[in-house]
Each structure stands twice: as structure tokens, then as C-alpha cells.
Write a protein that binds this ligand. Structure first.
Ligand SMILES: Nc1ncnc2c1ncn2[C@@H]1O[C@H](COP(=O)(O)OP(=O)(O)OP(=O)(O)O)[C@@H](O)[C@H]1O
Ligand SMILES: [Mg+2]
Length: 325
């Protein structure tokens, strides 16, 4: 600890642009740290955030890269939305070749210079990164219903939320991220067809990417024109999937042909922050009927025979599964 006099002298030297010994040591130590900080391989945007924030349920799927030495590359935007943006991220473990000093790196004439940075990765997986917006540009049609009656443990936060200050908007965005991460974890563990939730850091969710290895995302149900056999098969998958959700005690809460992806014929439910707890929510019956009505009308419009009767049956079954009287 420097005496007050010494601090004063030091400040004077600094003002004159002359470094004190202490300051010089500090800068040198900083440079030293920089030297030892491992360099990111070309094409990587950050060290993997694996281990930060909340992590998804175990057992973890075996395709997931969990190495501390992994890096993340943002490959592009999947979709920008009103409430959140979804990016495609590749998480990969660099090899020596990834830095360009592997054994054959110089001699391999055939090396594809345009290959993805992760072409020589030891392991890799694709993730969808959903970042909730915490600013004025975002328009959460779900805020009102969802936030009613919800309180944080601090009145300071409650005030910021109800006044929609900049800080309040950030708090709301994080609440949505927390809610969706929890919903995905619960439903995934219950066996429902939802993306595996990898981790949550603040307003950012990393979840299983539903799509092809080349980065093409699966289309939404709304974009499909299935033939009758495919249509019947998708209805069957929807029934089974919603059965898992109802037995876990929930309904989606914003179910529509836009919040369902179909990857090579396999149906996956997405966009779940507003999931409704059927036992606790006083309006749960209405949410459940609305969810079923939304998807049934899509199937009816695409020509599923007896769609209305099937929809009514499905609703009855789900009410029974969820023990709603
Ligand atoms: N895990 C995923 N894998 C592939 N694509 C995804 C994934 N999650 C989301 N998407 C794509 O991003 C879009 C937006 O995601 P989501 O519906 O979760 O967010 P949102 O902010 O509610 O968007 P919107 O307002 O359009 O409903 C989806 O319609 C889908 O096309
Ligand atoms: Mg959506």
C-alpha cells in the first residue's frame, strides 16, 4: 500500500506522461498475460462458453461437444424475429491443422482454402443461439399475459419491469430466456420432441440446431404442403408429442404451424418461453383448447380427413392425460 504522499507523487509523474515503476510493471505483466493467452484459431469467434451459466439436463446427448478447449463460430443468422434473433453457431474443437501448423499443413496442395474453419476439427456440432432482445426494438406480444402476477424477489426489479425502463426491458428479456430454458429442460427430460437445451447465459440460449449438417434449418410446418400420408403421419407425431407435454403437466401456450419444425419428416416443437402450467394456471383449459384449435385448423386447411373430429378427440385425450376435469 502506498502512502498518500507516494500516491500523490505517482499521480504527478503519470500526469507528466512519465511512467512510474509500478505502472511499468503493471503494463509489462499485462503484455505477458496477453502473450500466454491462447490464440483463437482462424474462423473462431470466441472460446466456447461451455460451463458458463445454466446447463441442460443430463444425460447429455452424445452429439454435444462439451470440451473446454472448444471454440464457437457464428455462421450466420437463421432468423431475426420481433422478440429474439436466432443464429447458427458451430462449436468445435480445433486441431493443430486448424491453426495452419499441422504436419501436412504446408505440403498439402489439395487443401481446400474455402473449407469451413472447422474442417479439420477434432469434433464439432451445430447449435441454434436464440438471443432475446432487451431493447425497445423488440415487441413482446406475450409480455402482458405472462408478466401479470409475476413478481421477482426484489421490488426494485418489479418497478423497473412495470415502468419498462431500459434496465426493466433487460430484466424481462432475461426472464423469457430463463423461462424457455427451464421449459425445454423439463419437456426434453419428459421425452417430448423439443430441441435439447445446451446452456443459458443471460438472455442467450444455446439449443440443439434442428437442420442439416450444412447449416440449412428445418422448415416450419407452415411452409409444408404434405401429401395425405405425410399429413396423417405428422398428425400422429403431433398427438404423441403433445401427449408427452400434457403428461408433464403443460401446454405449449403459443402453438401454431409456425412454432413447429419438421426435419426430414420428424416433428419438433419450438418457441416455448410462455409454456402454460396446466395445474397452476387458472386459464389453462382455454390455453389448451386454443393450442389445439390453432394446429387443427392448419391440418384441416391442408386436407386432413375428419380434422375437426380428430382435433376434438385430441383435446379430450390431452385433458385426460393432464388430469384436467
Ligand atoms: N433449434 C432450432 N433449430 C433450427 N431453427 C430454429 C431453432 N429454433 C428456432 N429456429 C428458427 O428460428 C425461428 C424463430 O425462433 P422462435 O420461434 O423460437 O423465436 P421467436 O422470436 O418467437 O420468433 P417468431 O416471433 O418468429 O415466432 C423459428 O421459426 C425457426 O425458423
Ligand atoms: Mg416463434
Amino acid at each position: 500500500m502506498l502512502s498518500e504522499q507516494e500516491q500523490k507523487a505517482e499521480r504527478k509523474l503519470l500526469r507528466r506522461g512519465r511512467l512510474t515503476d509500478r505502472e511499468r510493471d503493471r503494463l509489462a505483466a499485462g503484455r505477458e498475460d496477453k502473450l500466454h493467452e491462447p490464440t483463437l484459431p482462424p474462423g473462431a469467434d470466441r472460446w466456447s462458453t461451455w460451463g458458463d451459466g445454466e446447463l441442460g439436463p443430463e444425460p447429455r446427448p452424445d452429439w454435444l461437444v462439451i470440451s473446454d478447449g472448444a471454440v464457437d463460430s457464428r455462421l450466420g443468422v437463421v432468423k431475426t424475429g420481433k422478440e429474439a434473433d436466432v443464429h447458427l453457431v458451430e462449436r468445435w474443437v480445433p486441431s493443430e491443422d486448424s491453426y495452419g501448423f499441422g504436419e501436412d499443413a504446408d505440403t498439402d496442395q489439395d487443401q481446400d482454402v474455402n473449407a469451413a474453419p472447422s474442417a479439420s476439427a477434432l469434433a464439432s456440432c451445430l447449435l441454434a443461439e436464440k438471443i432475446y432482445r432487451g431493447n425497445d426494438h423488440r415487441n413482446f406480444h406475450r409480455d402482458a399475459g405472462y408478466l401479470d402476477g409475476r413478481r421477482t424477489r426484489e421490488s426494485r426489479l418489479d418497478r423497473a419491469v412495470s415502468n419498462r425502463t431500459r434496465f426493466g426491458l433487460k430484466v424481462i428479456a432475461e426472464q423469457w430466456a430463463v423461462a424457455e430454458f427451464a421449459a425445454l429442460g423439463t419437456l426434453w427430460a419428459a421425452g417430448a420432441p423439443v430441441p435439447y437445451p445446451v446452456q443459458r447465459v443471460g438472455t442467450e440460449l444455446l439449443i440443439e440446431f434442428i437442420g442439416d449438417p450444412d447449416g440449412a434449418a428445418a422448415p416450419r410446418l407452415a411452409a409444408l404442403r404434405p401429401d395425405l400420408d405425410e399429413l396423417a403421419d405428422l398428425w400422429g407425431q403431433l398427438r404423441a408429442g403433445l401427449g408427452y407435454v400434457a403428461r408433464a403437466g403443460f401446454t405449449h401456450g403459443d402453438l401454431s404451424a409456425y412454432n413447429i419444425l419438421v426435419h426430414h419428416g420428424r416433428l419438433v416443437l419450438i418457441d416455448l418461453p410462455q409454456i402454460v402450467d396446466l395445474a397452476a394456471n387458472p386459464h389453462s383449459g382455454e390455453y389448451l383448447s386454443r393450442d389445439i384449435a390453432n394446429v387443427t385448423s392448419w391440418f384441416a386447411a391442408r386436407g386432413l380427413p375428419d380434422a375437426d373430429r380428430r382435433g376434438a378427440e385430441l383435446l379430450d385425450d390431452l385433458r385426460y392425460e393432464a388430469r384436467l376435469s
